[in-house]
Write a protein that binds this ligand. Structure first.
Ligand code: HEC
Length: 132
């Protein structure tokens, strides 16, 4: 009897975890925590300016929301990112950051996949507030 109760709880916990993973993976970034996203952005900051428009290793992300990929005039993009011609928004950024190399094969952003959907949602919420 006790064993059945325990395994029932385990199944419930598993189902809960799966559901949480599903909802955060498909969540709108409006649900992300921008304050926490700022700390996630530390992984991007060496290569991406956010406020001044300056080029670092990568293009400035100032104004990136709503911008078409590969179109900041002061950066020399890969053909891959120019050809992708995607408008950056919460959905496209989420896909790109989850698997940069797969999203635009041949792009030059040397950054590993960000597997954690909560990290991505928080980061995107921060970008929506700050990349202006
Ligand atoms: C090692 C340096 C580096 C890091 C770290 C890095 N990037 Fe990049 N990023 C680049 C480069 C270089 C490009 C341009 C790639 C190309 O032209 O193919 C780029 C391109 C981009 C673009 C496309 C911009 C545009 O104008 O189309 C976005 C969005 C972006 N990065 C977001 C991020 C975010 C968010 C992070 C942190 C999670 C991050 N990057 C981390 C170097 C980096």
């Amino acid at each position: 009897m006790k064993r059945i109760v325990l395994s029932g709880a385990a199944v419930l916990a598993l189902a809960g975890a799966t559901f949480a993973g599903f909802t955060s993976a498909s969540a709108q970034s409006a649900e992300g925590d921008a304050a926490r996203g700022k700390t996630v952005y530390a992984r991007c900051a060496a290569c991406h300016d956010l406020n001044t428009g300056a080029t670092r290793l990568g293009p400035s992300l100032k104004g990136v929301m709503g911008r078409t990929s590969g179109t900041s005039p002061s950066f020399n993009y890969s053909q891959a990112l120019k050809d992708k011609a995607v408008v950056w928004n919460s959905a496209s950024l989420d896909q790109f950051l989850a698997a940069p190399a797969k999203y635009a094969p041949g792009n030059r952003m040397a950054f590993p996949p960000m597997a954690n959907a909560t990290d991505r949602a928080d980061l995107i919420a921060f970008l929506e507030q700050s990349a202006r």
